[in-house]
Write a protein that binds this ligand. Sequence first.
Ligand SMILES: *Cc1c(COP(=O)(O)O)cnc(C)c1O
Length: 465
Amino acid sequence: MALHEKDMIRENLLDDVYASASLAHSLPKYRIPDTEQDPRHAYSVVHDELMLDGNSRQNLATFCQTWSEPEVHSLMDECMDKNMIDKDEYPQTAEIESRCVHMLAELWNSPEAANTIGCSTTGSSEAAMLAGLAMKWKWRAKRKAEAKSIDKPNMICGPVQICWHKFARYWDIELREIPMERDRLIMSPEEVLKRCDENTIGVVPTLGVTFTCQYEPVKAVADALDKLQADTGLDVPMHVDGASGGFLAPFCSPDLVWDFRIPRVKSINSSGHKFGLSPLGVGWVVWREKEDLPEDLVFHVNYLGGDMIDFALNFSRPGGSIVAQYYNFLRLGKDGYRKIHTACYETAEFLANEIEKLGPFEIIYNGQMDAGIPALCWKLKDQEAEGYTLYDFANALRSRGWQVPAYSMPANRQDLVIQRILVRHGVSRDLAVLLLKDMKRSLDFFEKHPDHASLAAEEASGFMH
Ligand SMILES: *Cc1c(COP(=O)(O)O)cnc(C)c1O
């Protein structure tokens, strides 16, 4: 080898990443490059671009986990190759999934926790899809048995997360979404009853409504449906969307009756990656009893001797976040979950009190345990008087990295704009105080520069929606 070639190779090996020849120009963005890159160089390029995403810990919009213990990182790494669908290949991962289902059934007071039926999913959206399908199948079988028409199924809910709009559209269900009315921002038993008929496949209350974070009144709705059945014979089942609340209420509001203690509740979904404290990619759905999940929707796997069901929209799917869910159950126990979530509720209430003291805001939901999830939301007392909007305020906070979303309500309160903070594991009291300081700073700025506020908003509005 010629001397100069050796020098060149040595030089390449020792190159500082950012002084390397391959990073001396921008890499192609919309076509695969022709040649290979040094892994360190490619890593730096990708890693650095991700900086522009912002800091997830300051994202107070998301319900999902943004902090995990080092042990969870290790398990996720160890499970990179675990394919959840290969229950034969990875029987222990499948066994762990099955244990989690039983633990959740017990947590949600299933009458038959030891003999329960349920599965993991990629999140609550897939779980909702599966639970919704089960409701549709059950309704259809009943209608067929009575020789009645099956072409107009409907489902009743309050202001729901988008996954239920998807479910309704994909599977041809009429969604009877109860509109908001003045200060009533969630479903009420009266409004549910008005919409029930023989084509109702189910009523779906949400435990932790996306817009305001409040719990819908599951028990009161169930009682109303009991009365409806007594009066008319109409028997309408319920599914609870406990995407957030399913991992909160059992620990922090044990006296709130919302789960399988109510016989009418036939299934429950929850997001492991929200208040289940697991990394992204896991949700759960559990049915009250085996009969609540129609047989012909389910594919059975008998490799494990037990009753391992395969009911999913995906085939291959990563196992790591399911394993991490199991780790969390063992690591934290019920006490640990209660402690973490209680700290979040206390910080939410603290923030609600302090934000109210700032002056211009009226708190709509203050993170009160038993009423909703550890979160808070507010509106402007008088938008005209202030000369800025909540979109302006969100944009001002964004300049310090905080993502505190402002958004308008669905029908019939599209006029109402609110702003919301989710207090999750890792949103510490100290961080909350730093946020409050930035809130005060932004309001002071608006006061001194009234013209700047709305200008900034116009630029931001596209992005904020
Ligand atoms: C987040 C959420 C969903 C969707 O859950 P994913 O786990 O994100 O798929 C559904 N319903 C409610 C109430 C939610 O908060």
